[in-house]
Design a protein around this ligand. Sequence first.
Ligand SMILES: Nc1nc2c(c(=O)[nH]1)N[C@H]1C(S)=C(S)[C@@H](COP(=O)(O)O)O[C@H]1N2
Ligand SMILES: [Mo]
Length: 322
Amino acid sequence: MLIKSRNASDVLSSEITPKSVFEKRRSFLKTAAFAGAGIAAGALPTLPAYAARTPLSGVQKSKWSAESLPENDPITDYEDVTSYNNFYEFGTGKRDPKENAQEFKVTPWEISVEGACMKPGKISFEDLIKPETLEERVYRLRCVEAWSMVVPWVGVSLASVLKKFEPTSDAKYVAFETLFDPERMPGQRQPVLKWPYKEGLRIHEAMHPLSILGVGMYGEVMPNQNGAPVRLVMPWKYGFKSIKSIVKIKFQKTIPPTSWNDAAAREYGFYSNVNPAVRHPRWSQDSERRIGEIFKRKTLMFNGYAEEVASLYEGMDMRKWF
Ligand SMILES: Nc1nc2c(c(=O)[nH]1)N[C@H]1C(S)=C(S)[C@@H](COP(=O)(O)O)O[C@H]1N2
Ligand SMILES: [Mo]
């Protein structure tokens, strides 16, 4: 995502960093960490906190397996997916979330579900990750900044969670909110966005079988920088719709305000379906770069999920409702 004060040339230099530059920065960071540990205590260097990775058990395979991907569509490296992030609550630089989110405590965690439903209430993280509910879904996610990645998410069907709360016929939209806690999310001390981060979906989008609440990736719990402990994953929409660290879900009759639409309505619409034919006002959306790759790829309508989701938008003018 972009903040308004940045210009297009900033985008080119910071969003599209060649892999070799990554590697150099990465090895620099490692060296610095080890040197620091040595000087401080004279003890053996310890691994940084982000090396602690927790497997999730009972994850079922799904029909969205790695084998369902086209041949030229490999899974993106774990290292890349977890070190190049947009998570403004932990800084606006792509490497900031990995640096700044490691101490973020996500236990205990609850999501409050409210609004137009018969059974408002709360759902805990433990209830979300009951083994029979966890599935691996290998999905592409494409950022509006024209980079993308292929990730083996672990998640639960969003529809199955929402249905437990029995939404009423007034539930035309679903609103989502990230935690607001500037003590724990230092980026919220800066007014870069209206906090808390907000997103929204039409009810039919939320209930679509592709929509998931992501609780992990690569068979492990969600790394903090990728939106721990629970985030949306909406593979046919630009990345910013996939809101991280969710604490509130609300069913409502009216269209929910969203953070990026509030910040720049001309640039970020409510729908934000991936669409190579509709430009962002400041750049084309017709191609993208996979994190870790050099050459660009053509961007596909609905990010390659047209067969599944196009019917949700039948008869809609996608230029008007971008
Ligand atoms: N709460 C919150 N959610 C967020 C963001 C954010 O800054 N804050 N950034 C969004 C954007 S722009 C993208 S592209 C994806 C990035 O997810 P990733 O870091 O796992 O690649 O998260 C989205 N969800
Ligand atoms: Mo994004």
